[in-house]
Design a protein around this ligand. Structure first.
Ligand code: SF4
Length: 331
């Protein structure tokens, strides 16, 4: 059973939107929603689309996160990035940003390069109101202190980064590609790597060789003149700070680029070209569809997506019959 008003409202709405259920159950769900203060007049799919006559954009400005959403699902991209409807990440995303910021401050000397100083800075900046409860806040804080921070120190403390949160911007096929690289520098295995820190567990980790994010970062280091001091890059890696659940040891997943640089660059350029073309097509056509292969777990738009019952039309919409078809059908 639902444990909060929000969850109960969503459950009633799902019931109402599920065309396979009995009509009395669906109607009862309306009463349930109204009793919880829902306003069906504000629900998605009750209004016409706004006019789509804006001129196509001349110049595109794209970051990895936008392209990543587009690669996952064009509807998610349009709703989140083009229309700006994404309400932002939850408390896990906030913890991730805090850890990234603290690592940057340690690398830049703003926080002393010791675990004690790192933990002290974490405690000072911790914001309990961002969490759904004190218990969740404490669990996350302890996880950061007992797992994330020691794991980072074990791997990177003795090897200062050459660059941290390194901004980049380069032109590609009429678009500006921009972003920030978490870390460029030496690693215990030897050589220079581009690293992206992950604060989520490695159990369902991405494959680094197929990571669009690492590919864009690699292209950036090779395209941007101001990043020339960081060439050559030997490998790219995704560093899962918590490691796998239960084991909790940092998992660095790497892809050795040296020896296959040109192939790697060509593959990533092709992927980037395809995505830029998709952005232009969406802009031209003003129409987007949910992807049948999308990873929807973290998508905030399930209530607006026709792949899910609550995102479809609440009541079937009669298909309009053209006058010509009606005339041909006869009396
Ligand atoms: S729920 Fe899935 S299919 Fe629907 S918009 Fe989100 S990612 Fe796309």
């Amino acid at each position: 059973d639902p444990v909060s008003v929000g969850e109960a409202a969503a459950a009633w709405r799902r019931t109402l939107g599920d065309a396979t259920l009995e009509a009395p159950d669906r109607l009862a769900a309306v009463a349930g929603g109204l009793a919880l203060g829902e306003d069906p007049g504000r629900w998605w799919f009750q209004r016409e689309w706004t006019a789509q006559d804006a001129p196509p954009k001349e110049h595109l400005s794209l970051s990895f996160s936008r392209l990543d959403r587009l690669e996952n699902c064009e509807l998610q991209f349009v709703l989140g990035d083009e229309l700006g409807l994404d309400p932002g990440g939850g408390y896990q995303a906030w913890v991730g940003r805090l850890i990234h910021q603290l690592i940057e401050d340690v690398e830049n000397g703003k926080v002393e390069r010791t675990q004690a100083a790192f933990i002290e800075a974490l405690n000072e900046r911790w914001q309990e109101p961002r969490f759904p409860s004190y218990a969740v806040s404490e669990a996350e804080r302890r996880h950061a202190i007992r797992v994330l921070i020691p794991n980072w120190f074990k791997r990177y403390a003795d090897l200062p980064a050459e660059a941290t949160e390194q901004a980049f911007r380069f032109e590609y096929e009429g678009a500006t590609i921009k972003g920030k690289i978490d870390r460029i520098g030496p690693v215990p295995e030897g050589g220079r790597r581009i690293t992206d820190y992950k604060t989520g567990a490695a159990d369902n980790a991405d494959r680094p060789a197929e990571s669009l994010q690492l590919g864009i970062y690699y292209l950036a280091v090779n395209e941007c003149d101001d990043l020339a001091p960081y060439r050559p890059v030997d490998a790219v890696e995704l560093a899962y700070l918590p490691g796998k659940k239960g084991k909790w040891e940092l998992v660095p997943l790497s892809w050795q680029v040296s020896g296959a640089e040109e192939n790697y660059k060509a593959t990533m350029r092709e992927r980037l070209s395809g995505l830029i073309e998709s952005v232009r097509r969406l802009d031209r056509e003003g129409r987007s569809s949910p992807s049948t292969t999308a990873r929807c777990f973290f998508c905030r738009f399930q209530t607006m997506c026709s792949r899910y019952p609550e995102g479809g039309e609440v009541f079937p919409v009669a298909r309009p019959i053209s006058l010509k078809a009606a005339a041909e059908a006869g009396p």
